[in-house]
Design a binder for this molecule. Structure first.
Ligand SMILES: [Zn+2]
Length: 506
């Protein structure tokens, strides 16, 4: 039997061929990636990597990375601009008041329990959010964490599938990368989170504007170069979506710029949580809240003083019992001291973070490249709560409730809706916007709609032909042969491969 399309006549076949040729030859058409391989995502955090460190002309690896991928002008971290709170925001897509890690130091007023960077292992501190590695594991994936904050904690009943047993700041960067690359290469994980302590540590010690920071930034750049080389050597260079970001920026401080609270309030009246330049005041007696607040209000031009319900809404930093009844936030470059702080590490700092998160100095980097990301794209800044839904989208995960939105970041992805692309020259500077492109999804949608319309038109033409034939015949006619469609191919569904590896420590 002749193929169904042959029965539509030579004119219709020619029309069909013409339309298919137009769609497939269009300069807007891009080949979709193979869906036979599961997506892989590696999130890398360089602690305290301020957004404009990339402008020091010391980062050829980052520059190359950006040319092949996407870059935000900078990233909005969340208040307070501190390490653990922001790393957990990146991991959960939640503001700090929602996930509950509201400082590197915290206080549970109900139990008297204290959270510090050395005493952080009680799961209850972390249960307010579902980190991306748990989301991934709940939906069949396997996650590997190398030094990322939260690595050592059992959260919602789960440790990461693969992890190092204990945080070690001196663990060599290259070895971290070697382990992470092996985990991807042998198929153990589909999601990795990798953490580096620099340039935060040196930013504190040297100050972010010190010329000596150049060498530190250069070292971070070489670390990224080594990572990408290891991925390429493992055949993963174009397989893994790599996101490089950070938790906060850094601003210069001086040991001479501080406000001494004891000059205004008796320190015997309260307990305090020290996340300098953010201090939480917990009066021993509720009746002292207003007393202390009134004494501190206006006491120093270098400190903003808030009752809990007065904290600016933009901070998203009110609705959690771990946030103190009175919050003090030092102005940029200043510190707040309580009692004898002679031994405080803050006195040795030439740089610090934690200030108002709308300050330019507090903004970190966001760059990404890989099979899911567009190339040579520069986008406006966005909040770090959007990273969680972005990773969920790439990995095909159903996200847990979060404060982010895929709409804010979907233009970073290759197969999103219509976007405007900005190109970069070899130095990473924007030159001109080329023509907009259509995403593959849009093209496929139009092609399918066009094909349906074409088939409908062909059927209509065939029916008209039959009608003409019918009218020309006598009433006792011979039935016309059936012209229903035959042989329509079914499109194979290539689903997400599930993983089945043991839950093992490295
Ligand atoms: Zn940090």
């Amino acid at each position: 039997m002749a193929a169904w399309w042959w029965k539509l006549g030579p004119v219709n076949v020619l029309l069909c061929s013409f339309l298919l040729t137009v769609f497939s030859a269009s300069p807007y058409y891009k080949q979709a990636p193979s869906t036979s391989d599961a997506p892989l995502v590696l999130l890398v955090s360089f602690d305290g990597f301020r957004w404009d460190y990339l402008d020091r002309n010391k980062t050829p690896s980052f520059d190359s990375f950006v040319r092949d991928g996407v870059k935000a002008k900078y990233l909005f971290d969340t208040f307070a601009s501190k390490t653990f709170p922001n790393h957990y925001t990146i991991a959960t897509g939640l503001y700090q008041e929602s996930h509950g890690i509201v400082g590197n130091n915290m206080y549970n007023v109900s139990t008297g329990a204290k959270f510090t960077l050395r005493h952080k292992f009680n799961s209850s501190w972390w249960e307010g959010g579902e980190p991306i590695w748990v989301t991934n594991q709940n939906q069949g994936g396997h996650s590997g964490l190398i030094m990322y904050p939260g690595m050592e904690i059992q959260i919602r009943g789960q440790y990461p599938s693969y992890r190092l047993p204990k945080y070690n700041s001196t663990f060599p960067y290259e070895e971290r990368i070697n382990i992470m690359t092996r985990l991807f290469a042998n198929g153990s994980i589909n999601l990795g989170l990798l953490y580096f302590r620099e340039p935060d540590h040196s930013g504190h010690m040297l100050g972010p504007n010190s010329p000596d920071m150049d060498a530190v930034i250069q070292m971070c750049d070489e670390t990224l170069g080594y990572l990408m080389k290891k991925l390429r050597d493992a055949g993963l260079g174009d397989r893994v979506d790599v996101i490089v970001t950070s938790d906060h920026g850094m601003t210069p401080v001086s040991k001479d710029n501080f406000t001494q609270l004891d000059d205004f309030v008796d320190p015997e009246l309260y307990y305090y949580t020290d996340n300098n330049p953010v201090i939480g005041i917990w009066p021993h007696k509720e009746s002292d809240v207003d007393v202390i607040y009134n004494k501190l209000q206006g006491a120093s031009p270098h400190v903003s003083v808030y009752l809990k319900d007065e904290i600016p809404a933009q901070y998203h930093y009110r609705d959690n019992p771990r946030i103190a009844p009175i919050l003090l936030v030092a102005k940029e470059g200043w510190a707040i001291h309580v009692g004898n702080k002679t031994g405080s590490h803050f006195l040795n700092y030439k740089g610090n973070h934690g200030f108002n998160n709308s300050l330019m100095s507090m903004h970190p980097i966001f760059v990404a490249r890989g099979p899911s990301f567009r190339q040579g794209l520069l986008v406006e800044p966005f909040e770090n709560v959007n990273i969680y839904p972005l990773i969920c989208k790439i990995l095909g995960l159903e996200p847990a409730p979060n404060n982010g939105s895929l709409e804010n970041v979907q233009d970073l992805l290759k197969y999103s809706e219509l976007v405007t692309i900005m190109t970069t020259n070899e130095k990473g500077i924007i030159t001109e916007p080329p023509p907009s492109t259509w995403s593959t999804g849009t093209v496929i949608g139009i092609a399918v709609a066009g094909a349906i319309l074409l088939v409908a038109a062909c059927l209509l033409l065939a029916m008209c032909a039959r009608q003409r034939s019918y009218r020309q015949q006598p009433r006792e006619y011979t039935p016309i042969a059936d012209t229903s469609l035959e042989g329509v191919d079914e499109i194979a569904d290539s689903g997400f491969s599930s993983y089945n590896y043991p839950n093992t420590k490295i």
